[in-house]
Write a protein that binds this ligand. Structure first.
Ligand code: ACM
Length: 747
């Protein structure tokens, strides 16, 4: 997201208005991914849509479950994204260090490296070394990996990513038409792995899986804050875990030029403060991504968001002059001069140098938020427009994009751009990426362009995972059903880094990105929010293998804030229920620049903290709102259990205030949390009082609930930019107490 206190607030306010999508009717849709799965099945197979899963006839050795079965209850296990079809069987496959892996049919170096990584991850889980020797025969191997082919030499949008898995008590068979499909299946196996009573096992299951959309991306902005190679690789590991397949690398902007050009070295030497990727590093990252089945699409944003090009090469700017790295946010007015041949000569040579580093067929030209102020001020640009009968700046940008598209084509690249580039004359090969919420994707596809959806998936807005999850990629209906064929390629989550740096990025990406990844991969009908949160918590734990985790982030940040362990524990408890500000709240409240140290309580706090949904869920169970309480919960709680858990949580949050008061006396960072700690403590007290009334089955005094409601309303306002995330559920408890829900209802 781009915006600043001086610019673009209106645009962003509009963009934040993205509709909250409600779960749609669970109807079977005919679409590309279902057709793909159907092709993989025996002709006699019949689809049945059950709950949120398409359940297929079970594998012969894994008879369908009848009657109560723990695995039937845990329909989705810890799988995120949920596969297109799952049929649970009975029994398990026990795993220990004697497990062997055999690869049949196709073998290549990429697959071997993937299997070595898989074995390493298994070994770390098991705590034991597995045999590295090939299995004595495929028939006896524990893991039989049957891959038909390497797949595309350069992964394309059409790469076949499907796979099937069968697990019975003897062995696992993973089959895939391509190595990329096998990579997806290996990730599913890692998520199936379960620890029970100190032993590791895989549940008996038959899975047939393929993605709903072929383009499932994440944009990472490394211009506002540089993210070193290790951070990018960690992100790629996480992306692979949830089957995302495109890293959109936003490499240049007003605040930084982050890639080495040997031909035009002043780009990085004057545009990066020394923080850029060498070409060797880029090759390394591209290879790392390729190994994980992830394409890399670079973005070089132009004609605006381009100040850092002009520091070293001011002759390319529409107003030549002295430029410097922009430290504030919201975009500068600097723009390429689209009226001079020198611009196109330069871009042709630059693209010619850089294109070979990125094997992908696509190249992103940005094209967003052209302020055009410099175009209006430039006598040369004005004269050019007059001479060529160009009336508007949008028309001028359209002409620029047509030239750019031709240059890209000569270097073997197809153009992708933000939705502002949709203008008459745009080549039909262009992919249009929608970031504004007002029907831009529909507009592009209606004109025959292929499109990507990003509007509901801006991670920098600090929304809940639920909000992202319930926003469909194609809100106006399935692209196929709407007669738009396969024009909707998929979506991308966007991690703009105005308020995010190398230290905080993991906590802004994860685990919420898992919910978006599921939206891009899984059938549209998979939309059980409670079950998603349960699996998101499992993903949060899984990602610890890559040193990524919400609690880990909080602990690291809070460690610096106070030497006192009891203070730190109290702050950690607080941050279970408190979120950072939204993008706009922060821009307005903090006035962040690229130089602002991101070490404050708002940086330690995480979006959609764990305690928010946990409180929602427990309150729903406590007041016997069965729809939410049962949603996704394989650990269905009794009302009494839920109330006990709430008492534990509220007590912890109420009592966090004392140590935070102490810490605030000596730490300015802890002091930042004091006002919201007071709010949390009081909201928790109200929650405890409500539970007391509910438990006793007594109606409170009438003025207790009205006083409590007024007080709770006050806690909805952020304090020191920190937001309390549990007001809604506490309010519901107060209402339930007021309504006199009996102590025994719902047991
Ligand atoms: C954008 O957020 N300006 C693409």
């Amino acid at each position: 997201m781009r915006s600043g206190s001086s610019l673009g607030i209106g645009v962003h306010a509009k963009a934040t208005d993205c509709d909250e999508k409600k779960p749609r009717d669970r109807t079977l849709v005919q679409s590309r991914y279902l057709a793909q799965i159907r092709d993989m099945l025996p002709h006699s197979s019949v689809f049945l849509l059950v709950g949120s899963l398409i359940v297929l006839p079970a594998h012969a050795r894994t008879a369908p479950v009848r009657g109560p079965d723990p695995q039937a209850t845990a329909r989705t296990h810890n799988l995120i994204p949920v596969p297109a079809s799952v049929a649970w069987g009975r029994g398990v496959l026990r795993l220990d260090s004697t497990a062997t892996i055999d690869v049949v049919r196709h073998e290549d170096a990429r697959l071997s490296r993937a299997i070595a990584r898989f074995r390493g991850r298994l070994e770390r889980r098991l705590g034991a070394e597995m045999s590295h020797a090939p299995a004595s025969s495929a028939a006896t191997a524990t893991f039989r990996i049957d891959v038909a082919s390497a797949g595309d030499a350069v992964q394309s949008v059409n790469e076949n990513e499907s796979y099937t898995i069968t697990v019975d008590s003897e062995r696992v068979t993973l089959q895939a038409p391509t190595v990329t499909g096998a990579l997806r299946g290996l990730e599913t196996l890692m998520q199936l792995l379960t620890q029970r009573e100190g032993r590791y096992e895989l549940p008996a299951v038959a899975i047939r899986d393929a993605p709903r959309y072929p383009w499932r991306g994440l944009l990472v902005d490394v211009a506002r804050h540089f993210i070193p190679v290790e951070g990018i690789k960690r992100t790629l590991d996480g992306m692979a875990a949830v089957k995302l397949n495109v890293l959109h690398w936003h490499l240049t902007d007003d605040q930084g030029f982050r890639i080495e050009s040997k031909r035009y070295p002043k780009l990085q030497s004057s545009g990066s403060d020394g923080d850029f990727y060498t070409q060797e590093q880029v090759r390394d990252v591209v290879a790392y991504a390729r190994d994980r089945g992830i394409r890399i699409v670079p973005e070089f944003d132009m004609p605006s968001h381009s100040t850092t090009w002009f520091i070293g090469y001011p002759e390319l700017a529409s107003i030549p002059g002295t430029y410097g790295i922009v430290r504030t946010f919201g975009g500068g007015d600097a723009s390429f001069d689209p009226t001079i041949e020198a611009t196109y000569r330069f871009l042709d040579r630059f693209i010619g140098e850089i294109a070979p580093l990125f094997p992908d067929a696509y190249w992103h030209v940005g094209g967003d938020e052209v302020t055009a102020r410099h175009w209006n001020e430039s006598r040369r640009v004005r004269a050019y427009k007059r001479a060529h009968g160009i009336r508007t700046n949008a028309q001028l940008q359209g002409a620029f994009n047509r030239r750019l598209s031709r240059i890209l084509a000569t270097h073997g690249k197809k153009m992708v751009g933000w939705d502002e580039i949709l203008y008459p004359g745009l080549p039909k090969s262009t992919v249009v990426q929608s970031w504004r919420s007002d029907g831009r994707l529909e507009r592009a596809t209606a004109q025959g362009y292929r499109g990507l959806q990003s509007a509901p998936y801006y991670l920098d807005r600090i929304k809940t995972a639920e909000e992202h999850y319930l926003a469909d990629v194609d809100p106006s209906g399935d692209g196929v059903a709407a007669g738009r064929g396969t024009l909707v390629l998929g979506g991308e989550a966007c991690m703009w880094t105005e308020h995010v740096n190398a230290e905080t990025i993991d906590s802004r990406l994860w685990p919420r990105l898992g919910a978006i990844a599921e939206r891009f991969w899984s059938p549209r009908e998979v939309n059980d929010v409670g079950d998603m949160y349960r699996r998101l918590n499992a993903l949060d734990a899984q990602l610890l293998e890559y040193d990524i985790g919400r609690a880990l982030h909080i602990q690291r940040m809070v460690r610096r804030m106070s030497p006192d362990e009891s203070v730190r524990h109290a702050v950690e408890s607080l941050l279970e229920a408190v979120a950072p500000p939204t993008f706009l709240e922060r821009i307005r409240g903090q006035g962040t620049t690229t130089l602002t140290p991101l070490v404050h309580m708002i940086d330690a706090a995480v979006p959609d903290p764990w305690g928010r949904w946990e409180t929602e869920r427990l309150v729903a169970a406590s007041v016997a709102d069965t729809q939410v309480a049962r949603s996704g919960a394989n650990e269905l709680q009794t009302q009494a259990d839920a109330r006990d858990s709430l008492v534990t949580l509220f007590t912890r949050w109420r009592d966090a205030l004392g140590p935070i008061r102490v810490g605030a006396m000596t730490s300015r960072f802890v002091a930042e949390a004091l006002p919201i700690a007071e709010a949390l403590s009081r909201a928790s007290e109200i929650g405890l009082e409500a539970l007391g009334h509910l438990g006793a089955g007594e109606r409170p005094e009438p003025d207790w609930s009205s006083r409590s409601m007024v007080e709770l309303a006050a806690y909805e306002t952020p304090r020191n930019l920190l937001r309390l995330e549990i007001v809604g559920p506490v309010r519901r408890l107060v209402q339930a107490a007021e309504a006199g829900v009996s102590a025994t209802t719902g047991r």
